[in-house]
Design a protein around this ligand. Structure first.
Ligand code: NAD
Length: 244
């Protein structure tokens, strides 16, 4: 499918997991794709990596500007970079709260702020935020992470309203537990990673984790011309978790 021919896309956190699968899919569908990440050298042709930390405004402005210059503009921004946190409100320190909100929420604000002037010039402008089922599911031991993703959901709705009349669509995708290096790292830290993986699969309504490629397909859809009338929506890709 070449429905993204000629479009220019920027994917944050695009060097791993959901972001990498998204960057590769957009490129396969004809887009020219830049990746903004802490480890940009991990991406290979046809993707181009730019180093930035979404918690550092200067590095974001520089990388977004360089990517837009090299691509010749920007049509699609995928705000995907994010970090996790486990625990109840009694477990996480103020510093941990500030850090996770800084990356997961303010990271989207910074990248969007830097990209909006370029997106306004596009006749097919779309922002997609990677949210999470944690925004709405009430997951145990995820107070901070859930609050950060709840903010991403609200921010998506507010941005959709703010920019709809400028022709910029804003949507989010809410993955369930997805089989990415992030989850791999959590499993590897368990006493018995194989048993932990089996238990995690068993907790999923479909008996398996969501794949990064399945989440990428949803992100690509809301970013694509086929979704030209879709804005302010959240699309769950969670193997049925949200329905429980
Ligand atoms: P991952 O750890 O495999 O990839 C995350 C990428 O983001 C990495 O390349 C990392 O270098 C980059 N990154 C992290 N902090 C950054 C920063 N400050 N600046 C720039 N880049 C940064 O993770 P993933 O599982 O692919 O998760 C991607 C997104 O999906 C996150 O927003 C996460 O919250 C969300 N999500 C993941 C799951 C899951 O189960 N994996 C479920 C729901 C939502």
């Amino acid at each position: 499918m070449n429905d993204m021919n000629g479009l220019k896309a920027l994917v944050t956190g695009g060097a791993s997991g959901i972001g990498l699968a998204t960057a590769e899919l957009l490129a396969a569908r004809g887009a020219r794709v830049a990746v903004l990440d802490l480890v940009p050298d991990k991406v290979e042709e046809p993707l181009t990596g730019y180093r930035a930390d979404v918690s550092d405004d200067d590095s974001v402005r520089e990388a977004v500007g360089a990517a837009a210059r090299d691509l010749g503009g920007l049509d699609i921004l995928v705000n995907n970079a994010g970090i996790g946190a486990a625990g109840t409100v009694e477990d996480n320190t103020d510093a941990e709260w500030h850090r996770v909100l800084d990356v997961n929420v303010l990271g989207i604000v910074r990248t969007s702020r830097a990209a909006l002037p370029y997106l306004r010039e596009s006749s097919h402008a779309a922002i997609v935020n990677t949210c999470s089922i944690a925004a709405t599911a009430g997951l145990p031991q995820r107070a901070l992470y859930s609050a950060s993703k709840g903010a991403v959901l609200s921010l998506t709705l507010a941005m959709a309203a703010d920019h709809v009349r400028e022709g910029i669509r804003v949507n989010c995708v809410n993955p369930g537990t997805a089989d990415t290096p992030w989850v791999g790292r959590l499993l590897d830290a368990a006493d018995d990673p194989e048993a932990e993986r089996a238990a995690l699969n068993a907790r999923q309504p479909m008996g398996r984790l969501v794949t990064a490629e399945e989440v990428a397909a949803a992100i690509a859809y809301v970013a694509s011309p086929a979704a030209a009338s879709v804005t302010g929506t959240s699309l769950a890709v969670d193997g049925g978790m949200a329905g429980l």
